[in-house]
Design a protein around this ligand. Structure first.
Ligand code: NAD
Ligand code: MG
Length: 411
């Protein structure tokens, strides 16, 4: 005779009441913003959207705000205000514009804020979210390169969780969970190597904007795609890792891994190396931050190692990709050097995309700006946002002044 099962076990367990998470997306119309919106759309009962922001694309922002049911939408560019207001008319969604409106978006009551604005322009709004103690999912790395120490200090003082979205840092964040911090020996960021990984130095000199905008493994916004082609992205990421994880530069390493399957590794003192693997799809690290500390499903491709077949690794070539060496030096120098590096690189990438500077000129302009600023003696680490932005502005001005000379030399 079959035994009767105890009733308690076959009764459905009480399902915990779903708690809705209120979220804001800064930089909602971009690549990371769209991937975040895609995850939110798939689980509308679990998330409610407070605010969304964009640079100046009012039509795309309004469409997204309506679709996600946001309460507030802001464009950075005041000239786009009228278009945003008209696109949102009748929706009940508040429209706003200008730098203060981005800060307001960040300050509105969302417990989770995606920081996905490109560049140092992200600093003030991202800091505004951190300073009210929100969980900040940090995709933007430039704000940590521009003002990392002060950002992390203020976030800690406010009790904010800074959750790394950048795939390498998210991988390291996950791997760090498997041991004690004092047992960590080394942290390794992987780099795809970009589209010119196998090109000769001569060929790299004549790279076109179109070639540099074609990333072999990731689909991303234009600034980070160019940074990935010069390997400056990996340099910025070393500085990002230094601040996020509080690790000294000599514990941070880079290895080139063209398949972009292993995203980051942590070596512990016993020789164990813990890595995170996954398809190159930003919805995986974004979801990790969105559901943290639990996990959620994603539509990302499942990893099939038999199909991938080969995972290869090589050392980065600092001769063909000098930007990585320049960034490493800026990290070691400290003070204002990373702030200057970031500002000069933002100018250099813009000038390259606008075809006023050759590809090799990007690293050359960044290096010349760092040297020029050093000669002027403005190398003290910024203690406030205003100080960071003042250094950022002088570095941008110097980079623009140096541009004709560097462009002529590097062409
Ligand atoms: P993107 O260019 O696709 O999108 C940028 C977003 O920021 C857009 O919504 C744009 O309207 C807004 N924006 C741009 N300039 C602005 C300004 N001056 N003021 C206000 N808003 C502005 O960029 P992305 O690829 O989504 O990258 C966003 C950030 O995330 C970058 O810092 C990048 O380094 C980082 N990141 C991106 C990826 C990726 O896969 N795309 C991966 C890791 C890290
Ligand atoms: Mg990355």
């Amino acid at each position: 005779m079959r035994q009767k099962r105890p009733l308690a076990k076959i009764l459905p367990q009480p399902v915990p009441k779903a708690v809705t998470k209120r979220v804001t997306i800064l930089g909602a119309t971009g690549s990371i913003g769209s991937s975040t919106a895609d995850l939110l759309r798939r689980d509308p009962a679990r998330f409610a959207v407070e605010a969304v922001t964009a640079h100046r694309d009012a039509v795309a922002l309004a469409r997204l705000a309506r679709e996600l049911g946001a309460r507030f939408a802001a464009v950075a560019d005041p000239a786009a205000y009228a278009a945003l207001k008209s696109e949102l008319s009748g929706s009940g969604i508040e429209a706003a514009a200008g730098p203060q409106a981005l800060i307001e978006a960040a300050q509105r009551p969302a417990e989770w804020v995606m920081a996905a604005i490109t560049g140092a322009a992200s600093l003030a709004p991202t800091l505004a979210a951190a300073e009210r103690g929100a969980a900040v999912a940090l995709a933007n790395k430039e704000c940590l390169v521009c003002a990392g120490a002060l950002f992390m200090r203020r976030a800690a003082a406010a009790g904010a969780s800074v959750l790394p979205v950048d795939s390498e840092h998210n991988a390291i964040f996950q791997a760090l969970g498997s041991g004690r911090r004092e047992d960590v020996r080394r942290v390794v960021l992987t780099a795809s190597g970009g589209p010119f990984r196998t090109w000769t130095l001569d060929a790299i000199r004549n790279v076109t904007v179109e070639q540099a905008l074609k990333h072999p493994t990731w689909s991303m916004g234009p600034k980070i795609t160019i940074d990935s082609a010069t390997l400056m992205n990996k340099g910025l990421e070393l500085i990002e890792a230094h601040h996020l994880f509080g690790l000294p530069p000599d514990m941070l390493d880079v290895v080139v891994h063209p398949q972009s399957i292993v995203h980051g590794l942590v070596e512990f003192q016993d020789g164990s190396v813990i890595a995170q693997l996954g398809a190159p799809d930003m919805r995986i690290p974004i979801s990790h931050c969105l559901a943290w500390p639990v996990r959620m499903g994603t539509p990302a491709a499942r990893l099939n190692l038999a199909q991938v077949s080969t995972l290869s690794f090589e050392a980065p070539d600092l001769v063909r990709f000098p930007a990585l060496a320049i960034a490493r030096r800026a990290l070691a120098t400290g003070g204002a050097a990373p702030t200057i590096l970031n500002a000069a690189n933002e100018v250099a990438v813009r000038e390259f995309v606008e075809r006023r500077l050759g590809f090799s000129g990007i690293a050359a302009l960044v290096e010349a700006t760092l040297e020029g600023m050093e000669r002027r003696g403005g190398m003290t680490e910024p203690q406030t946002v205003d100080e960071a932005l003042a250094i950022d502005h002088s570095a941008r001005r110097l980079a623009s002044d140096l541009l004709p000379e560097i462009a002529a030399m590097a062409s």
